[in-house]
Design a protein around this ligand. Structure first.
Ligand code: WTA
Length: 701
């Protein structure tokens, strides 16, 4: 048994209580068995990746790749803070993820695709097959005239055709931009416009919660939305969920829409040489929410990104070629890009790719898959852990799988949920890495190295090798560890996985991530450019970080980053709505969910119809994940004398907290009206302090 300390079984502790009365959690140790087999066991690794060894320490990651031409400069800071990694090198990501494995691992599975319907058989794709399929799609894309530097948008579900198409782009240097399949057609269209994509690649349908969804319908909406914004889309390539059969009701548009399977007939058996691309060439864009209403396209480069996700897949996820690895994230998010596609493939992993919902048809599904396929590394998010625990706390016991390692990512995990993950899912055998990072950072920032560090529930751990975090207060002073004080967590140094820029918006990149703590805007010295991660954090005396959540009015719904401003703009598309304010509410399963307050225009009667249309607007503009928990029509928004909406007051009401002193507001009376509308006549507040991200919500205004 790996656990060396007995833990008291705590009664349910809400996240709020933990945030305030954060007690020191006990450590859990990795087992000797795990340590003996781990890829990274050398405790000197941290000295080797010390700041005094920066940036050359990262050559170790670059050495894990195969280069067409070696690089001459590890880090070029001449255009700070637009970092260039491994300059002078020529490389290809698809070659590194596929071709170079053929000799040794050609007949080994790269992916085992598990369809959502349990009656459908798995589809095994070996590295050799992956090679053929990537080449054929690359030949098709090249045949369409696409070339390095062009952007192509995908709106695809979790099917093997998604990584295949990504790698086909990477083979040619085409920049892919995958929009999460659960986002609406409109959301896809606006991202197409921002990236200037003329081609959309999608799939006719996919299974979700027992339904075969007509996904082609979204493509039509996306093309229209892009056109409305001024971007013409010439071609829509439609993969078929069942090859050779169209399983959507939405008609194909002649001349614009093409079935990929039809087009591929002309490219059967075709090979395309992987293009030797410059290290700093862009690999992909990944749109993500921030403070403004417009999502930003994080641009990741080829060599730095690939080196970083390769190194961390090997050292932190501890993937060996003989393991069966399953990351349940969606490839439409950064976790899937980095830790389903590029990182694991670069080290010849065998990965499970699951199409559907983890709890379909019941909460035993993931454990059945794990048992049947012999999964031994499991990677998921706290939301899935909470959901699986809620619906089937004892389910894992029924299945004979054994995990050696498990990951959690995307949201803070409460110690309570962590312990269930450890005890029940991991059967007290598996190590847990709580990996903290974000879209912009390409790969892990804060995590334990599983064979070296003890685990501590609720804390991600120290910085990953070569990542040197620091917490600054508002004045730029360092918040010392063990002080119990929260601040803004930053990274002192660049690292190869960091984004290159925001697509088409250099200023926003500098302003968002560096301006706050930059020491000299003209400096070419990386030491002057700490990277602002966008999270609040506390560092314990042992050096472990506890992440408190976003500081930029992003609401993390079930691990999905949604911008408040995006949700508010969606509400304002309903003509009767005059003002909208969105706040996060704590949720037992999803972590946070948005709640919406609207004020209607003068003379408009309040009605359920308006509420329904506000909900629908969110689903249409963003996607079902943005569905508000409640929509309240209020007589007026609580405002300061200067007219600013006090979202913090609304957040307190929604989270059943005391609103505090509101006498200085322009309209204090409205607060009580809203409170009784939301909480009922009796006062239902609790005295627990709010979690940091909610307590500070709206401060960026
Ligand atoms: C949050 C997902 C606590 C954090 C990889 C971050 C986490 C945002 C963790 C990025 C973690 C991610 N513990 N919080 N282990 N991992 N977060 O861009 O607030 O979708 O800023 O990237 O998720 O979300 P994103």
């Amino acid at each position: 048994m790996a656990k060396t300390v007995e833990t008291k079984e705590l009664t349910e502790v809400s996240e709020a209580q933990i945030a305030v009365h954060w007690k020191e959690e006990e450590y859990y140790q990795p087992s000797e068995k795990f340590k003996a087999q781990a890829n990274l066991r050398d405790p000197h690794v941290f000295a080797k990746f010390g700041l005094d060894k920066f940036p050359d320490c990262f050559k170790t990651y670059a050495d894990m790749l195969t280069w067409f031409q070696p690089y001459h400069t590890v880090l070029d800071t001449s255009d700070a803070p637009f970092w260039k990694w491994f300059v002078g090198g020529k490389i290809n990501a698809a070659y590194n993820c596929v071709d170079r494995h053929l000799a040794k691992y050609g007949s080994k599975a790269a992916f085992i695709f598990v369809p959502e319907p349990e009656s459908e058989p798995d589809v095994v794709i070996t590295y050799q097959e992956l090679y053929s399929r990537v080449n054929e799609v690359a030949a098709l894309l090249r045949g369409m005239g696409l070339k390095a530097g062009d952007r192509v948008t995908f709106h695809m579900p979790m099917v093997p055709e998604l990584p295949i198409t990504m790698l086909a782009c990477a083979r040619l240097g085409i920049i892919h931009s995958q929009v999460f399949g659960g986002f609406s057609g409109q959301a896809c269209g606006s991202r197409m416009q921002d990236s200037g994509s003329r081609v959309l690649i999608t799939m006719d349908s996919y299974w979700r919660n027992g339904t075969l969804v007509d996904h082609k319908a979204n493509a039509d909406i996306a093309v229209r939305a892009a056109k409305d914004l001024g971007q013409d889309v010439d071609k829509v390539l439609v993969w078929q969920r069942y090859a050779g059969r169209y399983s959507a009701k939405t008609p194909m548009l002649a001349g614009r829409d093409f079935f990929v399977n039809d087009l591929l007939k002309d490219y059967k058996g075709k090979n395309v040489e992987p293009v030797a691309l410059p290290s700093e060439g862009p690999l992909f864009l990944m749109y993500s929410s921030g403070t403004t209403g417009k999502p930003k396209g994080a641009q990741h480069g080829i060599a730095g990104y690939l080196a970083y996700v390769t190194g961390t897949s090997k050292w932190i996820l501890d993937i060996h070629p003989e393991d069966i690895y399953w990351c349940m994230a969606d490839i439409g998010w950064i976790t899937g890009h980095s830790y389903i596609v590029y990182g694991p493939l670069a080290i010849a992993a065998t990965s499970v790719l699951y199409e559907g919902v983890p709890t379909f048809p019941d909460a035993g599904r993931p454990w059945r898959i794990a048992e049947r396929l012999g999964v031994n590394i499991f990677h998921t998010a706290p939301t899935a852990i909470r959901m699986l625990r809620k619906l089937g706390p004892q389910e894992p016991r029924k299945y004979k799988y054994h995990f050696k390692s498990m990951t959690t990512v995307g949201e803070p995990i409460e110690p309570e949920a962590w312990r269930w993950y450890y005890d029940e899912v991991g059967k007290r055998e598996a190590v847990i890495t709580d990996t903290w990072w974000m879209t912009e950072t390409g790969g892990f920032l804060g995590t334990t190295v599983p064979a070296i560090h003890a685990m501590k529930p609720g804390s991600c751990g120290p910085g990953a090798p070569g990542i040197h975090p620091v917490i600054y207060d508002e004045t730029g002073a360092e918040v010392p560890k063990g002080s119990g004080k929260a601040g803004n967590i930053c990274i002192r140094n660049p690292w190869p996985g960091i984004m290159q820029t925001i697509w088409g918006d250099r200023d926003r990149y500098v302003k968002t991530y560096f301006a706050k703590y930059n020491r000299n805007p003209k400096s070419k010295d990386w030491r002057d450019w700490p990277f602002l991660c966008g999270d609040g954090a506390v560092q314990a005396a042992d050096g472990y970080y506890r992440i408190l959540g976003r500081i930029d009015d992003v609401i993390n719904v079930a691990g999905h980053r949604l911008g408040t401003k995006e949700i508010e703009s969606a509400c304002l598309t309903v003509p009767e709505v005059a003002e909208a304010a969105v706040v996060p509410v704590q949720d037992e399963v999803k972590g946070r969910v948005p709640e919406v307050y609207i004020a209607v225009k003068p003379g408009v009667p309040h009605s359920q119809d308006i509420i329904d249309r506000v909900v629908k607007a969110n689903e249409e503009v963003i996607g079902k994940i943005a569905r508000p928990k409640h929509v309240y029509i209020v007589p007026d928004m609580p405002k300061t004398r200067s007219g600013k909406i006090m979202r913090r007051v609304l957040a307190a009401i929604s989270n059943r907290r005391d609103v505090g002193d509101v006498t200085t507001l322009a309209n204090p009376d409205v607060v009580e009206q809203i409170r009784s509308m939301v909480q009922g006549q009796e006062t239902m507040t609790t005295q627990e302090a709010l979690p940091e991200d909610i307590a500070k919500f709206g401060e960026n205004e």
